[in-house]
Design a protein around this ligand. Structure first.
Ligand SMILES: Cc1cc2nc3c(=O)[nH]c(=O)nc-3n(C[C@H](O)[C@H](O)[C@H](O)COP(=O)(O)OP(=O)(O)OC[C@H]3O[C@@H](n4cnc5c(N)ncnc54)[C@H](O)[C@@H]3O)c2cc1C
Length: 467
C-alpha cells in the first residue's frame, strides 16, 4: 500500500479520498462495522435505515476509486519496517498484516472521564456513549435523564434524546458563558452560520419540551447503589468549584456526563511520535507540522485524534494530509500538492479559530477534578480508589507508571485510556509544588502504550504470528 488511513470518520474519509483520487493505492481501515466515524455514525446494515447525511456523497466518490475499505477491522499494532510501516489488523476480511509506505492516523476522540462521587453507579454514562446508543442502535439510555457537562454536544444530545422520546430532566452546562466573556469570541463565529442555525434548532427543541438549561451548574455527586436514584447538583464558580449553599437534589434514573473529549493517541504514541500536553485541545496531542505530519516521517495525524476541532476542521486536515501523503509516494507533484493545500487555507483558518473558541469556553476548570473523595474509584477496570493512589504517592511513587506498579491502576481492559489523565492529575495534586498543575501533570507522565491496543484473544495473536 502507498497510504494506510486508520479511522474512517470525517478526517479519514477525506484523507483517503484525497490520496486515492490522486492515484495512490489506499487502504481505509475502521474498527466500526460501517464507515462514517462518530459524527456520521451509521446504523448497522441490518437496520435498513435511510442514508443519514453528506457522508453518502463522500462514500460514493470513494467507491469510484481503487481504495480498499476494511471495516470491522481493528488496527492493534503498528511497527516501523524497511521502507515504511507495518500495521497488524484484526477483522473478518482483513489481512493479519498490512505494510504501507505512509500512515494517516485519523483515530478520533473519546469521552473525557470525570471521577466524581457516584460516577460508577449503573445508569451513569457519558453523553457521547448515549448519543452513540441512539445513533447506532436507536436505543434510549434511560427514562428520566439528567445531562451535565460542557460544550455544544450537550445541546445536540439533549435535543436528540427529547426527539427520541426521553424525558430530559435538565441540561447543566458547566461554563457560565457570561455575556462579557462571550463577546471576545464573536470573531470566531464568522462563517459559522450553519452551526449557529443548528444550535438554535436544538435550543428551540429544548425550550419547546420545557427542558431547563442552566449555565454555570454541574452535577457534583450521584446517589444510588445498584442504579441511579438522584443527583446532587450545584452552581459552580469560575474554577468550577461548587458554591456552598447552592446544592440541591434532582431525581433521575440516568445521568449523562459530557465534559468534552480526549484525543485517541494510542497509535501515535505506540509509533513513538512526540506529543505535547494541550488541555484546550483535549490533552495529549501529537506534535505536527503544517501538513499535519508528526515527528515520525511519513506518519500524519488528523482530526480529533490530533487535537479536538470538530467535523469541518477534521475534514480540512484530512484533505491536506491526503494530498501530502500522495506527494510523498510520488502520485502528486509538489506544485499540485501546494495547490491542494492552498485551496484549504481559508477553511482551515476559519475552523481553527472556531476550535480555539470552543477550547477557551468549554474546558473544565480544576474544581471539577477535586470532587473525587478518597472513596471514589479512579481506575474502573481495576477498581482502584483515590485513597490508594494517594497512599502510593505518599509512599514515594511520583509517576503514573510508578503508581501503576503499586496499585494496578491502568492495567485493565482499557489499558489506562480512561484513567490515565485522572491518575496524572491526582499525582500532580498530591505532590504539589511551585510548578503549575499542567507542568506537574506532564512530569507525572502517561501510561506506556503497547500492542495489542485493545484486548484480543490469544488465538488472534497466535494467528498473527504464524501468517
Ligand atoms: C461520542 C462523540 C459524539 C459526538 N457528537 C457530535 C455531535 O453531535 N455534533 C458534532 O458536531 N460533533 C460531534 N462530535 C464531534 C465529531 O464527531 C468529531 O469532531 C468528528 O467526528 C471528528 O472526526 P474524526 O474523523 O477526527 O474522528 P471520528 O469521527 O471519531 O472517527 C474516528 C474513527 O477511527 C476509528 N478508529 C480509532 N482507532 C482505531 C483503530 N485502532 N483501528 C481501527 N479504527 C480505529 C473509530 O472507529 C472511528 O470510526 C462527537 C464526537 C464524539 C467522540
Amino acid at each position: 500500500m502507498d497510504v494506510a488511513v486508520i479511522g474512517a470518520g470525517p478526517a479519514g474519509l477525506e484523507a483517503a479520498l484525497a490520496a486515492a483520487e490522486a492515484g495512490a493505492r489506499v487502504a481505509l481501515i475502521d474498527a466500526y462495522l460501517r464507515p462514517g466515524g462518530q459524527y456520521w455514525r451509521q446504523l448497522p446494515a441490518e437496520f435498513d435505515g435511510p442514508p443519514l447525511h453528506e457522508s453518502s456523497a463522500l462514500l460514493a466518490r470513494l467507491a469510484a476509486t481503487e481504495a480498499r475499505l476494511l471495516t470491522g477491522t481493528l488496527v492493534w499494532g503498528a511497527f516501523p519496517v524497511e521502507g515504511g510501516w507495518q500495521l497488524t489488523l484484526h477483522g473478518p476480511n482483513a489481512p493479519h498484516r498490512l505494510p504501507a509506505q505512509t500512515l494517516i492516523l485519523a483515530t478520533g476522540a473519546y469521552d473525557r472521564p470525570i471521577a466524581l462521587p457516584g460516577w460508577t453507579v449503573p445508569g451513569v454514562i457519558t453523553t457521547g456513549a448515549a448519543q452513540t446508543l441512539l445513533k447506532s442502535q436507536r436505543v434510549l439510555p434511560g427514562r428520566r435523564i439528567l445531562l451535565s457537562g460542557t460544550g455544544p454536544l450537550q445541546l445536540a444530545a439533549a435535543a436528540q434524546l427529547v426527539e427520541a422520546g426521553a424525558e430530559v430532566v435538565a441540561v447543566l452546562e458547566g461554563a457560565a458563558l457570561a455575556v462579557g466573556r462571550g463577546l471576545r469570541h464573536l470573531p470566531a463565529l464568522a462563517g459559522q452560520s450553519a452551526r449557529l442555525a443548528e444550535g438554535w434548532r436544538y435550543w428551540r427543541a429544548l425550550r419547546r419540551a420545557g427542558v431547563p438549561l442552566r449555565f454555570g451548574w454541574s452535577v457534583i455527586k450521584i446517589e444510588g447503589d445498584s442504579e441511579v436514584e438522584a443527583a446532587v447538583i450545584a452552581q459552580i464558580d469560575d474554577d468550577w468549584r461548587p458554591i456552598p449553599g447552592s446544592e440541591r437534589t434532582v431525581a433521575a434514573d440516568t445521568v449523562l456526563l459530557g465534559y468534552g473529549f480526549t484525543p485517541a493517541t494510542q497509535l501515535s504514541r505506540l509509533l513513538g511520535c512526540e506529543h505535547d500536553f494541550a488541555p484546550a485541545h483535549g490533552g495529549l496531542v501529537p506534535r505536527r507540522d503544517d501538513i499535519f505530519q508528526t515527528t515520525c516521517p511519513g506518519v500524519f495525524a488528523v482530526g480529533d485524534g490530533a487535537g479536538l476541532g470538530g467535523v469541518e476542521l477534521a475534514r480540512s486536515e484530512g484533505r491536506i494530509a491526503g494530498a501530502a501523503a500522495a506527494q510523498q509516494v510520488g502520485r502528486l507533484t509538489a506544485a499540485e500538492t501546494a495547490a491542494a493545500i492552498a485551496r484549504e487555507q481559508a477553511a482551515l483558518a476559519r475552523e481553527q479559530r472556531f476550535a480555539a473558541m470552543l477550547g477557551a469556553l468549554f474546558t473544565p476548570g480544576p474544581g471539577l477534578y477535586e470532587l473525587a473523595t478518597d472513596d471514589t474509584i479512579i481506575c474502573r477496570c481495576e477498581e482502584v480508589r483515590l485513597a490508594e493512589i494517594r497512599a502510593a504517592v505518599a509512599g514515594g511513587a511520583a509517576t503514573v507508571s510508578e503508581v501503576k506498579g503499586v496499585t494496578r491502576c491502568g492495567m485493565g481492559n482499557c489499558q489506562g485510556r480512561i484513567c490515565g489523565e485522572l491518575v496524572a492529575r491526582a499525582i500532580a495534586r498530591e505532590l504539589g509544588g511551585p510548578a503549575s498543575l499542567t507542568e506537574r501533570m506532564i512530569a507525572a507522565g502517561t501510561f506506556s502504550v503497547r500492542p495489542p491496543l485493545e484486548p484480543l484473544s490469544l488465538s488472534v495473536l497466535a494467528d498473527a504470528a504464524e501468517k
